[in-house]
Unconditional design. Structure first.
Length: 307
């Protein structure tokens, strides 16, 4: 919020921490040989790095954080579409209906956010068309990242089917191999490190250490991101890419609602309608209703037996 363009230093810090932790505890300081051939990781990492950087730069193109979160939830549709095209998968009518609802919700929110760009109080009339063009470029960047992320999920799924489940190794390698790529972003990372140093001092609770508050925020972000991404990588070894995408989508919407309530981001009734479509579509996909009916039926049978 204070520095919207700080995505690169955040991503670099996350990658560095996870890579070092994995190198020590998973790779045993490089003494343990990888179970999956390294060439496969290079392909996965190229996708992973590209998605991360493109998503970061989208925030510099008049893309608000709520729209960023909502649009990325479209990974569910992208994953299903690529699964049909690449893996020749087929789904039930309810699955297609749920994906259609999610799509409708995303496009509703995207359309309404387009209107908000033109009325941004920080823009004058001359800047309006230019701002809208930058917004369109941001949407294009998010769409590209969406499809690339879905393709990466399918690639991971096929790798685990072929070589077995190695989530910790994949987590470490996916974050270690891209580190040299951050040299291309070094000036931007250094610039924001200087800005972070200039932020107001903050005393860390319990330990009493004083440091600039943005470095504290970054530290908390890195720790929580490690917990999150480790859970996601474990999930990728246990479920299909589409199911993983669904779980991550729900997590993004929890983040969305927190962002709206805590940071007081603008959110209209149309945005809420779009969000409702996404949630209903997600529940349809997971077939929660069928599970609830089966559970109630089992309880009913037990009561009858007891009588």
């Amino acid at each position: 919020r204070q520095f919207p363009g700080c995505g690169n230093i955040v991503t670099f810090s996350q990658f560095l921490f996870i890579a070092v932790e994995g190198f020590i505890f998973e790779a045993d300081f490089g003494r343990k040989r990888p179970a999956i051939p390294i060439r496969n990781y290079f392909i996965m990492v190229a996708m992973f790095f590209t998605v991360s950087v493109v998503n970061n730069y989208a925030l510099n193109l008049n893309i608000a954080m709520p729209l960023h979160m909502i649009f990325r939830s479209g990974s569910l549709i992208a994953s299903m579409a690529l699964g049909i095209i690449i893996l020749k998968k087929r789904y039930s009518v309810s699955k297609y209906t749920s994906i259609a609802l999610v799509s409708l919700g995303i496009f509703t929110c995207t359309f309404m956010s387009a209107k908000q760009v033109a009325s941004d109080s920080g823009l004058n009339q001359e800047d309006g068309p230019q701002a809208f063009l930058w917004w369109l470029l941001g949407i294009a960047a998010l769409t590209f990242a969406l499809l690339m992320s879905a393709r990466m999920g399918i690639f991971q799924e096929t790798l685990y089917q072929k070589f077995g489940k190695h989530s910790k190794e994949a987590l470490m390698t996916n974050h270690a191999l891209p580190l040299p790529g951050f040299l291309l972003l070094a000036p931007n990372i250094y610039q924001h490190a200087v800005l972070f140093n200039q932020s107001e001092p903050f005393q860390v609770p319990v330990i009493g250490l004083t440091l600039p508050i943005l470095w504290f925020y970054l530290l908390m972000n890195v720790i929580t991101q490690y917990v999150c991404i480790r859970g996601v990588f474990i999930l990728t070894t246990e479920c299909t890419s589409l199911t993983v995408t669904l779980v991550v989508t729900l997590r993004k919407f929890v983040s969305l609602i927190f962002s709206i309530l805590y940071f007081q981001n603008p959110f209209t009734g149309w945005h809420w309608l779009g969000t409702a479509f996404v949630f209903v579509g997600t529940l349809m996909y997971t077939e929660v209703w069928n599970s609830l009916r089966a559970l109630l039926a089992r309880r009913q049978r037990r009561r009858l037996k007891g009588e």
